[in-house]
Unconditional design. Structure first.
Length: 233
């Protein structure tokens, strides 16, 4: 495939804006965090309903309740991560350090996606699934393994060790592995929905990158399993 500078420029600029918006929303304050996930929530819902209309035009309303589990619940859990230490610490401390788990989740997912792509590009030979032909077994396994090791070892070194036990190394190994495994499954589920709807992207809010579901499909499935682990620990 010939290199297309125009497409590359569009994708690069869109990615920079996306990263900037995500960083502001995650780091600035609780209000910005809340606005960010409200936008993500309603953007994903809008695209989910559009896909359902294409998949089952006459019955799509009956399937919309699935969005409460698939979209609304993970977004509420991310907001819960932001304030989950309120019973143990003062409000100022919680609002200062409450972004740690959401940031860790996004870093785990993004790192897994990047490493899976790189490993698959170099040594990938075995297709992972017919749903997503570009994914390979080698790339998927490499992404999960490497992202788990890197996040589990490096992330606790980059954050404050104030909260116990979630800032310990072994917890971040488990969280990173959970994000990588279920994030990959979440990506496959969204790919299946798009295939059933006969569309390439779930939306077009990010030129060159697709829609809300394309960007947050991994997060939507990974977050509930991370939340369960945190609650049970």
């Amino acid at each position: 495939m010939a290199f297309n500078f125009s497409v590359f420029r569009t994708r690069a600029l869109t990615a920079l804006v996306f990263v900037a918006v995500m960083l502001v929303g995650l780091f600035w304050n609780f209000q910005a965090f809340l606005v960010l996930f409200c936008v993500i929530h309603f953007g994903c819902w809008y695209e989910f309903v559009k896909l359902l209309k294409k998949i089952a035009p006459r019955k799509y309303l009956g399937y919309c309740f699935l969005g409460l589990i698939y979209i609304s619940l993970p977004c509420l859990m991310m907001i819960d991560f932001r304030t989950m230490f309120l019973n143990d610490y003062d409000v100022k401390t919680v609002l200062e350090f409450g972004t740690t788990l959401p940031i860790g989740i996004f870093c785990s997912i993004w790192l897994n996606d990047t490493l899976a792509y790189l490993v698959g590009s170099f040594i990938g030979k075995t297709p992972l699934s017919k749903i997503s032909p570009k994914k390979t077994v080698e790339g998927t396994a490499g992404g999960i393994l490497l992202s788990t090791i890197l996040i589990g070892y490096l992330f606790p070194l980059l954050i404050d060790n104030y909260f116990d036990p979630f800032f310990k190394h072994y917890n971040w190994f488990i969280i990173a592995a959970t994000c990588a495994v279920f994030g990959t499954i979440g990506d496959l589920i969204e790919s299946k929905l798009k295939r059933m709807a006969n569309v390439k992207d779930s939306g077009s809010f990010m030129p060159g990158h697709g829609g809300f579901l394309d960007r947050f499909d991994s997060m939507l499935l990974a977050v509930p399993f991370v939340w369960l682990y945190v609650m049970l620990s």
